[in-house]
Design a protein around this ligand. Structure first.
Ligand code: FAD
Length: 314
């Protein structure tokens, strides 16, 4: 998978650009974003496009810049609360920007930003590579996981990440940023604060492990999630960051808020840091529930819970 551009590719890029201009109408208008989020809420995108390769992504950003319209990146939408009135400008979804290369001898893995986390986790397990077992149940993309520094069971994406290729508004070529340059913290990274778009990622995993053992570990982790989290209902995973060393879920549960509902949005009876959509919840119901939890926790503990979930359009 060669991601840096050669001269021929640059020529092709111009052709692709012309081709896409001709196919401008393929940018879909007023697409309901509820089908692009795991909460199944969110109003329409003024314009929506799903990039399947680097050139399309670059063209889309240039298009938005030329038209001076706002744009935003959506991965699998598993950490997003999108407003009921939708999003202005161009929403660029990257879940179709897929592909991965796995080197079972060296342990190096290259994955495109739209590759799904559970799928990559299964593929590397099959190759006997250790290091992503914690991630098996996270329903996001690699790009979203890096942006969020997703983590579980003591592991996080930053642990095994070597580097990423990024695209920016100003860069003529994608360029590489190494782990140390990404300022990873608890569910945070430099990507959240700058207009950097993750195009692909390189991981360094541990080669030579027994694939059955790793697959067993994956299954154990997945079963643990199924038992402790409400996986059958639309959600966004944990809504609030843990105010370390305290657990947000425990604080919410102790206030008797499990099962509290606004519209069809409910604080899960199974895990108090999850808000589930029981069918026809609106983003505004979820937002109100988030604020209610913040208010109750603050009154009881003089502590403000910060949402882990990213709000778009609010
Ligand atoms: C059932 C469930 C369980 C979950 N469990 C966990 C868990 O255990 N641990 C955990 O950390 N999270 C968990 N999550 C939350 C979520 O899956 C992760 O945060 C995930 O990494 C988000 O990836 P995404 O592709 O869905 O990103 P999105 O939700 O689409 O986007 C999140 C943010 O990343 C940005 N972004 C996405 N892709 C890119 C890109 N390529 N370049 C630049 N910016 C980008 C978006 O603009 C947005 O700001 C869970 C969610 C659900 C629904």
């Amino acid at each position: 998978m060669e991601l840096t551009k050669t001269r021929t590719e640059k020529r092709n890029n111009t052709q692709t650009l012309c081709c896409l201009i001709r196919h401008y109408m393929e940018l879909e208008k007023l697409v309901p974003l509820s089908s692009f989020t795991t909460w199944k809420v969110g109003g329409p995108a003024e314009l929506l496009a799903e990039a399947t390769n680097q050139k399309e992504l670059e063209w889309l950003i240039q298009f938005a810049q030329r038209k001076k319209m706002p744009w935003q990146i959506i991965g699998a939408g598993s950490n997003l609360l999108i407003h009921d009135s939708g999003l202005e400008g161009l929403s660029i979804c990257l879940r179709k920007l897929q592909g991965s290369e796995i080197n079972r001898e060296s342990g190096y893995v290259e994955a495109m930003a739209g590759e799904s986390i559970p799928s990559l986790s299964r593929k590397v397990a099959k190759a006997g590579l250790h290091g992503l077992e914690w991630s098996i149940g996270i329903p996001g993309t690699i790009g979203g996981a890096i942006t969020m520094n997703a983590g579980a069971q003591g592991g996080c994406i930053a642990d095994r990440l070597d580097s990423i290729l990024v695209v920016t508004l100003d860069s003529k070529e994608p360029f590489r940023l190494y782990n140390k340059e990404l300022q990873f913290g608890y569910r945070s990274s430099r990507i959240q604060n700058e207009q950097l778009i993750v195009l692909s990622a390189r991981f360094r995993l541990e080669p030579g492990h027994d694939q059955n053992f790793i697959q067993k570990q994956n299954n154990t982790n997945l079963n643990h999630r199924l038992q402790t989290q409400p996986y059958q209902l639309p959600s966004c995973g944990s809504v609030f960051r843990n105010p370390e060393p305290l657990k947000a879920g425990k604080l919410i549960e102790n206030l008797g808020l499990k099962g509290k509902r606004i519209g069809d949005a409910e604080i899960s009876k199974k895990h108090a840091n999850f808000i589930v959509n029981n069918g026809s919840a609106k983003a505004s119901d979820i937002d109100k529930l988030i604020r209610l939890v913040q208010k109750e926790v603050e009154e009881a503990h003089q502590l403000l819970l910060h949402p882990e979930v990213k709000r778009l359009g609010f």
